[in-house]
Design a protein around this ligand. Structure first.
Ligand code: GRF
Length: 187
């Protein structure tokens, strides 16, 4: 099977990236990770790029020239899908429109609830009983594009931010790869 080339954008530890790298090792997983872009040179995920010999670049996207550099890299590497895996920078309208329908993001809540940052503390503060994660297409609205897949979990009685984060992230690892399969196979 010919796999599509994916680019993963990160800003932090890269645990979702790690899960995607592992999934992509399966022969029937639809993508290969060909490029990793970090906006931070100290992002933990860069270690994974080195470990797995995946091409990477640090591009801060602070100005138009950075964006042109990024657009060129994506083009040069024949990227078919862009996965935002804990990427903490807002992409420009221009960038999003250029790659409409092929940028996906993972968010640690059941969208449309709890868009934006600090989802776990807000979820707990509101005494929610259920939360989860969502993979969605990226459009110009923050955490607002078409939903591909959601996964739910029950919040425990004495749940704390840290435990909820951990449990949600475990769910995210499955959700991200399942949504990529869903996107390509339509199931
Ligand atoms: C994930 O929980 C994701 O939902 C959020 O940022 C976190 C990134 O974690 N957008 P990691 O870098 O993949 O470990």
């Amino acid at each position: 099977m010919v796999k599509k080339k994916a680019c993963v954008f990160i800003s932090g530890a890269g645990t979702n990236l790690k899960a995607l790298i592992h999934a992509s090792r399966f022969y029937n997983f639809p993508i290969n990770i060909s490029l990793i872009i970090s906006n931070k040179k100290k992002a933990g995920g860069i270690r994974l790029a080195k470990l797995f010999s995946i091409k990477y670049d640090v591009i801060n996207l602070n100005n138009r020239l950075h964006e042109i550099k990024l657009l060129n890299e994506i083009k040069r590497n024949k990227i078919s899908i862009i996965c935002l895996a804990g990427y903490m920078k807002i992409l420009s309208k221009n960038f999003i429109n250029r790659f409409k329908g092929i940028i996906i993001n993972i968010h640690p809540s059941l969208l449309p609830k709890y868009k934006g940052l600090n989802t776990f503390s807000r979820v707990l503060k509101n005494n929610e009983k259920i939360t989860g994660c969502t993979v969605h297409l990226v459009n110009e609205n923050l955490d607002g594009g078409k939903i591909i897949l959601k996964k739910k979990l029950n919040i425990s009685k004495n749940e704390k931010v840290e435990s909820l984060k951990k449990r949600t992230q475990l769910l995210e690892y499955r959700a991200f790869s399942e949504s990529i399969v869903k996107l390509y196979r339509g199931n």
